[in-house]
Design a protein around this ligand. Structure first.
Ligand code: NAP
Length: 297
């Protein structure tokens, strides 16, 4: 593997994704806002850089996996941002869940330097990232997509091409996350309904996943919701709130009411107000239980 790749953002998702790229033989330059997250990668030959700009080779590929719009904008266009260095034929592979309008703005900013923005947000939690089993929702310029395809293969089990508009990958990701978040709310209500009426949460979950809901989403989240184990966050609740806000904003911009998203938004806001932002997103189910008169405040 000849290409040196920049990797920015070594959180719950970024770290295992970067590990997959090292496994595939890429040389990595990594950056994380808080230093010290890269120790394990450095032992395997990655180089830790002090700024986003330093992670980039002119004309190279840089991957971002960051919390939100503000983080992505800072590392791209802020002081010591990488956009100014990426240069002609450089590629920004943008894998965070961010807004479609930021994607369009960054694509424009990169275009001014002759570089390309590819949207590549992912479906799958950190365990899927560690196993190279993410699904990647890709959009942007065709030639750039071709160049990154070996990287995508190292990190994912499948890529869905959503065309050339750099916003479309992010729109598809928000649509998928709306489905996931609304399903978690319904699932939590379903298990609590069963529990209130004398059927155990685990028994109900197994009944559903063994019959009409035999799909990865229901197995993965069913396990967490039935056990009510929310303290090891694969996906932090605060990031779920960020996603539902992006979903509502994108819906409003396209003149689309999303009543189910409003409900989930309130549920997540309440959870955040109660100090549950660092729990797993499925901890929204605590609110469902509390409303049903079950368990603690
Ligand atoms: N976790 C999942 O299951 C999952 C699944 C699919 C997609 N996603 C999406 O993937 C992205 C990353 O998620 P994650 O779970 O890895 O989040 P995370 O563990 O909270 O990591 C967030 C990363 O963003 C960095 N960051 C935050 N604010 C920053 C700022 N202002 N400037 C620079 N860096 C900043 C953090 O750096 P520090 O270490 O300095 O805080 C960290 O590297 C999010 O967009 C999320 O919605 C997550």
């Amino acid at each position: 593997m000849t290409e040196t790749v920049g990797f920015i953002g070594l959180g719950s998702m970024g770290l295992p994704m970067a590990r997959r790229l090292l496994d595939a033989g890429y040389a990595l330059r990594v950056y994380n806002r808080t230093p010290g997250k890269a120790v394990e990668l450095l032992e395997r030959g990655a180089r830790e850089m002090k700024t986003p700009a330093e992670t980039v080779e002119p004309g190279g590929i840089v991957i971002t996996m960051l919390a939100n719009d503000a983080a992505l904008e800072t590392v791209t266009l802020g002081e010591h941002g990488m956009a100014a260095v990426l240069g002609a034929d450089g590629i920004h592979l943008s894998m965070s869940t961010v807004s479609p309008h930021l994607a369009r703005r960054l694509a424009e900013a990169h275009r001014a330097h002759g570089s390309h923005y590819l949207a590549a947000p992912v479906l799958g939690r950190p365990t899927a990232a560690a196993a190279g089993k993410l699904f990647i929702l890709l959009s942007g310029m065709a030639a750039a997509k071709h160049r990154v395809s070996p990287l995508l293969e190292a990190m994912g089990q499948g890529t869905h091409d959503l065309g050339e508009d750099p916003a479309q990958g992010h729109i598809a990701k928000l649509a998928a996350n709306f489905m996931i978040l609304a399903s978690i709310e319904t699932y939590a209500e379903t298990l609590t309904f069963a529990e209130k009426n004398g059927i155990g949460r685990m028994e109900m979950m197994k009944l559903l996943t063994g019959t009409i809901l035999n799909a990865p989403l229901f197995h993965l989240y069913g396990e967490l919701l039935a056990k009510e184990e929310y303290t090891a966050p694969g996906f932090k609740l605060a990031l779920g709130l960020k996603d539902i806000e992006l979903i509502l904003e994108t819906g409003a911009n396209s003149r689309m009411p999303l009543p189910a998203a409003d409900l989930v938004h309130n549920r997540l806001l309440t959870a955040l107000a109660k100090g549950r932002g660092k729990l797993d997103m499925t901890a929204l189910a605590l609110g469902v239980s509390e409303d049903a008169g079950l368990r603690r405040e």
